[in-house]
Ligand binder design. Structure first.
Ligand code: G4P
Length: 287
């Protein structure tokens, strides 16, 4: 299945970001803690050259705790300021202000030497669709000032938010990039809901998902659905349908509904904490 999704509004959004980068002191980049590398848009590194950088491992509550720690170490070693957060519960969000001060220390010091004090730092908040950007901004701003939704690409237009005297945020729409480096990146982004489901075939997505997680997290699938066999993703999907009583009129297992259920369960964390890629795996080097 082709997972590539790069609609025209993303090109426009990227242009908006390029036009505004001159006003920005730092980039706050949200990634999905379950796919901490694949959910980073490589174009952001080009955009953010020379800027202070923060990476937030969002949805940390849905990812393996040991992996969260390993990824934080990974990104710190690369010179990023890093934090794990749960934007939905607000956990970790209150540490942002001090992290911004830390990340912008050189900038603030340069300003001070030029006689500029108390200028708010301007942060561009970036992240691919569905990574939790709106939820994060709402949590940080303490009120529902940004529209949130579960459709990729729902955040539109340009939006400055003054948080306090030290920090202003520029919200940006969720953008992907024109060509994923490999099939597994596209797949993982589809699993976490960052690729528009309308272009995907749910049965294929579910089969790919089972194949992808079976070795590491097969026991979580078994527990959740009471599976007796682990033989072949298609067979497992069929068993999920039977166990959940998703049966078509003629008595056939309803694979379509079972597929949607499985993916929704994963996205909502109902299968348990899962991380889909770990530092040190082959494809992770170099980013
Ligand atoms: P976006 O702006 O980046 O596109 O994402 P958005 O904030 O709309 O969040 C997408 C979904 O992810 C929402 O769920 C949101 O609640 C959920 N979410 C965001 N951050 C976290 C987190 O840290 N942990 C968990 N567990 N979930 C998070 P939804 O089901 O689409 O909407 P809703 O039912 O929560 O409103």
């Amino acid at each position: 299945m082709n997972y590539q999704w790069y609609p025209g509004h993303m090109t426009k959004a990227m242009r908006m970001m390029q036009e505004n980068i001159q006003w920005i002191d730092l980039i706050i980049e949200l990634v999905d803690a379950r796919v901490p590398l694949g959910s980073r848009n490589p174009d952001i590194d080009t955009l953010g050259k020379g800027k202070a950088r923060i990476i937030l491992l969002n949805k940390a509550d849905l990812a393996d705790a040991a992996a969260n720690q390993a990824w934080m170490d990974f990104y710190r070693q690369k010179g990023f300021h890093v934090l794990e957060v749960n934007a939905r519960s607000g956990q970790g969000v209150n540490r942002i202000n001090s992290l911004v001060q830390e990340a912008c220390r050189d900038k603030i010091e340069r300003d001070r030497k030029r006689g500029i004090v108390n200028r708010p730092m301007r942060a561009m908040v970036v992240g691919i669709p569905n990574v939790g950007k709106s939820t994060f901004i709402n949590s940080l701003a303490g009120k529902a000032c940004t529209k949130t939704g579960n459709k990729p690409g729902v955040t539109k237009g340009k939006q400055w938010i003054r948080l306090n005297k030290n920090l202003e945020l520029l919200d940006t729409p969720g953008v992907l990039w024109p060509k994923f480096e490999d099939q597994s990146t596209g797949m993982m982004l589809a699993f976490i809901g960052s690729v528009n489901d309308d272009i995907l075939i749910s049965e294929e997505l579910a089969v790919d998902f089972i194949s992808f997680v079976r070795d590491r997290y097969g026991s979580l699938l078994q527990e959740r659905y009471g599976l007796e066999t682990m033989e072949g993703p298609a067979g497992m999907l069929e068993e999920i349908a039977r166990r959940k009583c998703l049966i078509k009129k003629g008595g056939e297992p309803d694979i379509g509904r079972a597929s949607k259920l499985l993916i929704e369960d994963f996205r909502g964390g109902k299968l348990g904490r899962m991380t889909l890629e770990w530092p040190g795996e082959d494809r992770n080097e170099g980013k």
